[in-house]
Design a protein around this ligand. Structure first.
Ligand code: HAM
Length: 426
């Protein structure tokens, strides 16, 4: 036998046993987004490499070590998108969607990061992203947070997630703070671990979210970002908190939350869970008012978030035991005996034409009635429609109820759709 080829590490198949739950989650997402009037945008999976280094920042983990970057056949450097914000802004500028307009956009799809795979962390994963353009006021930041809270409720996971919130202020405020932090940490260089020593010169703010306990102890006496916030950012944040308080959304203020991508300013937030182990952030986002201009557009207020769908599905699976997924099949057609296969084939198509919202499956690979009933049962169908020689001759079909003990019925094949329709409306 030839050795089978395996999937690329960190890139997983989503099998038919898993897709019903994914579809259910995706439907909840689409319905929730629709209730806010947001519109879908679809961008390419591959972009010019420069887009990501310019948008996300040269010295971020994503750009430094996690991108799938290749040269195409013309020697152009292209990258599988590690996130959707950069591509969405690029598309917005290129298609004239952003200048002097409000846009409320969402996208759902695959992202790629060359990270070490583990539960909840993959090299190909899916995100729902939402990006809002042209609205500076904090009401829209609050709306986004409320939308996510509503989604958690619809998914039955509200009790298992917490909202972490922070403001990282204007670019100018952050620059001042960065300097103060560097001034504080430089004389303590030897107390930093290797990673933080490197970050001290490349991206000092990322030291704040170091997982190392001794670094966190060192930071307890460091200057606080909050003390450097500009007045406008402070007012924006106060208003956001007031709106969330008014609507009863609970949050934790986390002054060390800075996010791993460089484009943020003012509001940043994450929804985290402790039900999934190490990879507990299911959603992250914030304002990025400078990005559109940075990518060649006009200055545009922008705010958004992205949810990791693998983590979301894992969480729903772990905590919501009430999800009721529909079986993929309603009617399973069974046939055996001479001259039964063509009438069965016709019957299947008749049902699909006359009962288009029902799902009909025709037994595929022969076998005796016993075998076929086993398959019918496995398919999840609630009803088996049985055609033997006798039924075909008499123009009948036997209706067998697979999930309860109602007695079987013999129905005229001309009346079968009416009969089944009547059952489903009862
Ligand atoms: P991010 O925090 O890099 O933000 O990713 C958002 C979410 O994607 C994470 O919270 C996590 O749930 C999921 N995620 C990230 N990496 C992986 C991975 N390797 N495997 C599985 N899930 C993963 C962004 O991507 C920003 N574009 C969010 C945003 C939109 N900010 C403003 N607008």
């Amino acid at each position: 036998m030839i050795k089978p080829i395996q999937a690329i590490r960190g890139m997983n198949d989503c099998l038919p046993t898993d897709t019903p739950l994914w579809q259910w989650v995706e439907n909840q997402i689409r319905t929730t987004l629709a209730s806010y009037g947001y519109q879908e945008i679809r961008m390419p999976l591959v972009e010019d490499t420069g887009l990501f280094s310019r948008a996300i920042g040269e010295v971020t983990d994503v750009v430094e070590k996690e991108m799938f970057t290749f040269n195409d056949r013309d020697g152009e450097s292209i990258t599988l998108r590690p996130e959707g914000t950069a591509g969405c802004v690029r598309a917005g500028i290129q298609n004239g969607l952003l200048y002097n307009q409000e846009q409320r956009l969402w996208y759902m799809g695959a992202m790629f990061r060359y990270e070490r795979p583990q539960k909840g962390r993959y090299r190909q994963f899916n995100q729902l992203g939402v990006e809002i353009f042209g609205i500076p006021n904090p009401q829209i930041d609050a709306e986004l947070i409320l939308l996510t809270a509503r989604l958690w409720k619809n998914l039955g996971i509200s009790d298992n997630v917490t909202l972490q919130l922070n403001s990282i202020g204007s670019l100018e405020a952050r620059k001042n703070y960065r300097q103060a932090l560097v001034n504080y940490l430089t004389p303590r260089y030897d107390e930093l671990d290797e990673d933080c020593q490197r970050r001290l010169t490349t991206n000092p703010l990322r030291i704040l979210d170091s997982k190392n306990q001794s670094i966190q102890a060192l930071l307890n006496h460091a200057p606080k970002l909050q003390d450097y916030l500009d007045e406008e950012s402070k007012a924006h944040f106060t208003e956001l908190c007031r709106l969330l308080d008014g609507l009863g959304v609970r949050y934790e203020l986390n002054p060390k939350l800075v996010r791993g991508l460089d484009y943020y300013n003012k509001t940043v937030f994450e929804w985290v869970t402790d039900s999934l182990g190490a990879q507990g952030t299911i959603c992250g986002g914030g304002r990025y008012d400078g990005l559109v201009e940075q990518l060649g557009g006009h200055s545009t207020s922008s705010v958004g978030f992205a949810i990791g769908l693998e983590r979301l599905v894992l969480l729903v699976q772990a905590v919501n035991t009430h999800v009721c997924l529909p079986s993929p099949v309603d009617f399973y057609i069974i046939f055996a005996g001479e001259n039964t296969s063509i009438p069965a084939f016709f019957l299947a198509e008749k049902l699909r034409t006359e009962l288009p919202s029902c799902r009909t499956m025709l037994n595929g690979s022969g076998g005796n009635f016993k075998k076929q009933f086993k398959r019918a049962d496995k398919s999840g169908a609630s009803i088996a429609l049985v055609l033997g020689e006798e039924e075909v001759e008499a123009g009948n079909v036997v209706v067998k109820f697979l999930r309860d003990d109602r007695p079987q019925e013999v129905v005229d094949i001309a009346q079968i759709c009416e009969f089944l329709n009547h059952l489903s409306t009862k």
